[in-house]
Design a protein around this ligand. Structure first.
Ligand SMILES: [NH3+][C@H]1C[C@H](O)[C@@H](O)[C@@H]1CO
Length: 653
């Protein structure tokens, strides 16, 4: 195949082209959000039947006085008993439940309870873990009872205490809640992640003891040291691909999961002190703590130098019901407040003043707001057109500088005002992606632009893209799937005059249990797993170029197996040639470049392997990119390996 390249760019490659889509789908609580204790409750849910309402660090949205409500906590000491209760004088109205530790008279020893982390807690020597909790004593201890000692500790599987902090219980803390926080710094690294966070009391009077506990938290070091921040190893992996944007909070998890609007994601419940965040029954079978909330998302975008692509709820519930007309008005007001929390002026907007009160008076950068998620005709009762009209008319009037993204099908229903942007999602087979990089070539150029907000090869079975593994569903991205996605992405670059952003979905998933596979990045308590598709996303994102150079078109028929795109960094003239070869045999290519002086040595970064090969926890680095110097020139040959992605970079004067 000979590829002749034009010297003059046809269009820019937008800086926003490659980014990340996020929603809490075994990815926030128990993942990117660094709180350890959540992991445990989350795992309890995943291990047990879906019926459970997920427990988390603050017993949010659970049924008190049930075994389920304790699911992830285990008592320490046979005479200690623990129960989750609806506290008669709760820590806050947002957190009405607490854990009651009861120790009977004449008990002795260290008694309490433990939390085993989400399939474990990673503990490393010389690392600071911030443990905190609230406690209160329902009744004063008898005089002369002395002060029982409360100990927060990290404990290894064999019972070794890795780090501990002890403090006397304030025996007169009978009415109010006492907050304690301690930094636990182990001096040794335990042999596994099967560690526990323990809370124990000792030295209590013969009369026994009752203590209420609430909002028990254990944080490891976070990305950039942010308080209530992100798990550093996962964050650093995501940062590797230098994403240009972050779509949040969903995805399905934005939506209302029941008949009522009460189950939608509500931004106000996700900001402010953790004691004021009630949590929410999310759309992926577990309760979200909402410890990862709107402000945390916005600060994360700044820490990662990403643009927020923020969604507002649009009145659609995942059960297919939706609200329109006057009933939407309060939700439109809520969306206006949500946007004002991000960009408003504290002097004129209460929501912006709330942001300022939380320490951020300056507005955040925001350009794009998505109206709902996947609210296409197939899922909504055809009310998207009226909801879009009500919402966007109001938001445009209030925020004329923002660009709103529609989530319905581009062909129907007709929307007014006419959307400037549609968010298109595409889940398909590796073969589809390998042969359909021309998806956008036929789109009319009428000013409409597109956000490919979710795409992934999900299954080898094109008649069941979301089935089970034995029906073809991919558990992990495969080389064939990643090669297909790369072919598709060469098409995104060829059509970057109308496609301004794209993100693989879902971004993150826990390898011990999640609601969706495949995911771009997997993780467990101690590790992060980079998939073959992650490497493709990273290679393309780091080697974007900023202008597209037209070249000989690939074979766009369904027999096509070889796809490429040529871009350039305008400032340096450096060329980037991305190639996807999905054929089982190598592809001989000749590149004819219209430049006088082309370097005779270029760099080729290659991802290749068996089509069914995946990076898994068992073989996390089975397929990783290799880098080689290759002979180049004004005309040069390159052999694209079978089932491979190549990114060639070469300097041109
Ligand atoms: N159903 C998929 C599409 C939806 O937007 C996401 O929540 C899901 C996983 O990426």
């Amino acid at each position: 195949t000979t590829v002749s390249v034009s010297a003059s760019a046809s269009h820019a490659i937008p800086t926003t082209l490659y980014g990340q889509m996020f929603e809490d789908i075994s990815s926030g609580d128990g993942g990117l959000y660094a709180e350890c204790n959540n992991f445990l409750f989350f795992s309890a849910l995943l291990f047990t039947v879906r019926k459970l309402v997920l427990q988390n660090r603050a017993f949010q949205q659970v049924t008190p006085n049930t075994a389920d409500a304790l699911n992830a906590w285990t008592s320490i000491g046979s005479s200690a008993s623990i129960t989750v209760i609806a506290d008669p004088s709760p820590l806050s109205s947002a957190l009405p439940n607490s854990l009651l530790l009861s120790i009977p008279p004449d008990a002795s020893g260290e008694l309490g309870f433990a939390n085993g982390g989400y399939w474990g807690i990673k503990v490393a020597a010389n690392t600071d873990y911030t443990a905190s909790l609230y406690y209160r004593l329902p009744s004063a201890l008898p005089n002369g009872a002395g002060s029982p000692i409360l100990t927060l500790a990290l404990q290894a599987e064999d019972g070794t205490r890795l780090a501990a902090h002890s403090t006397p219980l304030l025996v007169n803390a009978t009415e109010g809640w006492t907050h304690i926080s301690a930094v636990l710094t182990p001096i040794e690294t335990p042999p596994s992640t099967a560690n526990s966070f323990t809370v124990t009391v000792a030295g209590f009077a013969p009369a026994g003891l009752e203590v209420h506990f609430a909002l028990l938290s254990l944080f490891p070091p976070t990305f950039k040291g942010r308080v209530n921040g992100m798990r550093a190893d996962i964050a650093e992996t995501l940062a590797e691909m230098r994403p240009a944007f972050w779509r949040f909070p969903g995805g399905n998890n934005l939506e209302a999961s029941g008949q009522t609007t009460a189950t939608r994601w509500q931004w106000r419940n996700t900001v402010g002190p953790l004691t004021e965040r009630p949590g929410r029954v999310g759309d992926w079978t577990y309760v979200n703590t909402d410890g990862l909330g709107l402000l945390e998302y916005l600060l994360w975008c700044e820490d990662m130098e990403m643009e927020p692509f923020m969604a507002v709820w649009d009145g659609y519930s995942l059960d297919g019901t939706s609200i329109t007309g006057a009933a939407l008005e309060p939700l439109i007001a809520e969306a206006i407040d949500q946007i004002n929390f991000v960009i408003g002026d504290p002097a004129t907007s209460e929501a912006a003043a709330l942001r300022a009160s939380l320490g951020r008076s300056e507005p955040f950068a925001l350009t794009y707001v998505e109206i709902g998620n996947e609210d296409n005709v197939g899922r909504a009762p055809g009310t998207y057109a009226s909801r879009w009209n009500s919402i966007v008319t109001n938001l445009t009037a209030t925020f004329p500088q923002l660009h709103f993204m529609a989530t319905s099908l581009t062909t129907t229903p007709v929307l007014t005002p006419t959307p400037q942007i549609y968010d298109i999602h595409l889940y398909q087979t590796p073969k589809f992606f390998s042969t359909d990089s021309f998806f956008y070539d036929s789109f009319v150029r009428n000013g409409m632009t597109f956000f490919e907000g979710e795409y992934a090869a999900t299954s080898t079975n094109n008649s069941n893209l979301f089935g089970t593994p034995d029906q073809g569903r991919l558990l992990w991205p495969t080389v064939a799937g990643s090669v297909g996605e790369a072919a598709f992405m060469t098409g995104l670059e060829r059509n970057a005059d109308i496609v301004f952003a794209a993100s693989y979905a879902p971004l993150l998933g826990h390898v011990n249990g999640s609601q969706w596979t495949p995911n771009l990045v997997g993780f467990d308590a101690g590790n992060v797993y980079k998939s073959t598709s992650f490497y493709v996303q990273k290679l393309f994102s780091l080697n974007k170029g900023d202008e597209y150079l037209p070249s000989t078109l690939p074979n766009s028929s369904t027999s096509g197996t070889l796809f490429w795109s040529v871009t350039r960094w305008n400032s340096t003239g450096e060329l980037i040639i991305k190639i996807s070869n999905s054929a089982a045999s190598p592809a001989e290519m000749t590149f004819v470049l219209p430049f006088e002086t082309v370097t005779t040595m270029g760099t080729a970064q290659v991802i290749t392997g068996a089509g069914t090969a995946s990076n898994t926890p068992e073989e996390p680095n089975l397929v990783t990119p290799t880098t080689a110097q290759i002979p180049t020139g004004a005309t040069f040959n390159y052999t694209a390996p079978a089932i491979s992605v190549t990114v060639i970079t070469l300097s041109v004067q």
